[in-house]
Design a protein around this ligand. Structure first.
Ligand SMILES: Cc1cc2nc3c(=O)[nH]c(=O)nc-3n(C[C@H](O)[C@H](O)[C@H](O)COP(=O)(O)OP(=O)(O)OC[C@H]3O[C@@H](n4cnc5c(N)ncnc54)[C@H](O)[C@@H]3O)c2cc1C
Length: 432
């Protein structure tokens, strides 16, 4: 029985390659060029819809480490990116057309992969990987909605920035929940009236990223960017995400003039989310403006805020660690639709879903790579319970046991663990 993969983007092509290289047949469905998405422009598989950069090459950057782990796992996407790279400083930048053309050729010349150019409107029988991405076609979206439940499928990211815990000035912040001084659920960053005015005036004039026409809807969905909210008047934020009511600063025993609330993203406090600070400011402007908040003056941004069109499922509720749909054995999800963010992260989930689906077919119990690796940390992030699930790119903050002071050891350990995992899973699959 062949494994069916819906979506010939980054995740789908990677999954197909991983299955076929282990000797198994795949049918890969891609709707382009007949039916297209608002962002794709060609009929190539694995088209890069925006930037031609796969981010940092450096091992000391989590993006670089993830790519290195994927090289160890013989990733089609990363190997092709390496072979079609063009100069890009510390980033892995590719020749856009050369990259997608090369992937398309490799997939078409693989005798175990059959490519069908058609829009899939229903979820097929058998073992299936859904890798239709952030711009999944409408008819299939309806079917996924029926499968997952309306409340577990999202259409927009309204992402707030995430700050590295170590970079916050705790002397200028206090733990408390609204009306509950004994709670440490929120870390509050106070501003005086003077500090607020400087922050406010800088925010409303800061440079923004323009929304594309197909991304305009979120403004009607109650997730306004912080700068748009601010544009409605000086008081608006003080009655919204910067409301100080019920938050007593123990140092002064008073409510501050304004407050930015941070919420832990992980139990260790490596990462803090800026609550309600979804934004379309450019990344550089986010640094400049948000560092005007005294407790964040040295903030290191692990993830920048954004708002964009993105179809993704509530993976912490729906998926198990095999990237399979709970209660529906044989249906897997891969790529951006699982709630990871970015080209490499999407490909990484394709790689794992490909291997996992093959394990199911061969009766092998699949366990993802350990959470001390970037690959395993991404699986943990999308499958472990969360209050507000928002898509995530790779960063060191999500690696289990990460500690900035032992970064080099963390990197060595991740690479060694991923090699061991690769060897073990290949042995299991070879024997089956
Ligand atoms: C506008 C936009 C810009 C982005 N820019 C960047 C960026 O610059 N850098 C970055 O790292 N990430 C970016 N991303 C996020 C993400 O990394 C990419 O979207 C990435 O391509 C996701 O990979 P994927 O394989 O999950 O989905 P895709 O690469 O989108 O692949 C999904 C494929 O499924 C096909 N498909 C959809 N529905 C069906 C169907 N019913 N039947 C058959 N085929 C179907 C699509 O045509 C597509 O080829 C961007 C996302 C968007 C929406």
């Amino acid at each position: 029985m062949e494994i069916k993969i819906i979506g010939g983007g980054l995740a789908g092509a990677e999954a197909a390659y991983q299955i076929a290289k282990r000797g198994h047949k795949v049918i890969l469905y891609e709707m382009r060029p007949e039916v297209t998405t608002p962002a794709h422009k060609t009929g190539f598989l694995s088209e890069l819809v925006c930037s031609n950069s796969l981010k940092s090459k450096e091992l000391t950057n989590a993006h670089g480490l993830l790519k290195q782990e994927m090289r160890i796992l013989d990733s089609l996407i990363i190997n092709t990116a390496d072979s079609t790279s063009i100069p890009g400083g510390k980033a892995l930048v590719v020749d856009r057309e050369g990259f997608s053309r090369s992937i398309t050729e490799k997939i078409y010349t693989n005798s175990l992969i059959e490519v069908k150019r058609e829009e899939v409107r229903d979820i097929p029988q058998g073992i299936v990987i859904l890798a239709t991405g952030p711009l999944t076609s409408d008819s299939l979206t309806d079917k996924i909605k029926a499968l997952t439940g309306q409340d577990n499928l999202f259409f927009f990211d309204a992402i707030s920035p995430i700050i590295e815990g170590d970079s916050i000035d705790f002397e200028n912040a206090f733990f408390s929940s609204r009306y509950r001084q004994d709670s440490d659920d929120y870390l509050n960053c106070p501003l005086t009236e003077e500090e607020y005015d400087i922050f406010y005036n800088t925010l409303v004039t800061a440079e923004r990223v323009e929304l594309r026409p197909f991304e305009k809807t979120p403004y009607f969905e109650g997730c306004l960017p912080i700068e748009v909210m601010a544009g409605r008047g000086r008081q608006t934020l003080l009655f919204g995400p910067m409301k100080p009511v019920g938050l007593i600063d123990r140092r002064t025993n008073r409510e501050p003039f304004a407050v930015v609330q941070l919420r832990r993203e992980d139990s260790q406090g490596n990462m803090y989310n800026m609550v309600g600070f979804q934004t379309k400011l450019t990344y550089r402007e986010q640094e400049r403006v948000f560092r005007l908040i005294p407790a964040l003056r040295n903030a290191h941004f692990l993830r920048y805020g954004s708002i964009h069109r993105n179809t993704y499922i509530n993976s912490p509720v729906l998926l198990n660690k095999k990237l399979g749909l709970k209660g529906r054995e044989g249906i897997f999800f891969a790529g951006q639709i699982t709630g990871v963010e970015g080209y490499t992260e999407s490909s990484a989930m394709g790689l794992l879903a490909g291997i996992s689906s093959l394990c199911l077919l061969k009766g092998i119990e699949f366990a993802p790579p350990p959470p001390e690796t970037c690959m395993g940390a991404l699986v943990d992030y999308i499958t472990e319970e969360k209050r507000d699930f928002q898509p995530m790119n790779i960063n060191f903050g999500i690696l289990r046991g990460y500690n900035k002071r032992r970064k080099n050891m963390v990197i060595d350990e991740a690479l060694s663990l991923i090699s061991q995992w690769h060897e073990k899973i290949n042995q299991q699959l070879d024997r089956a």
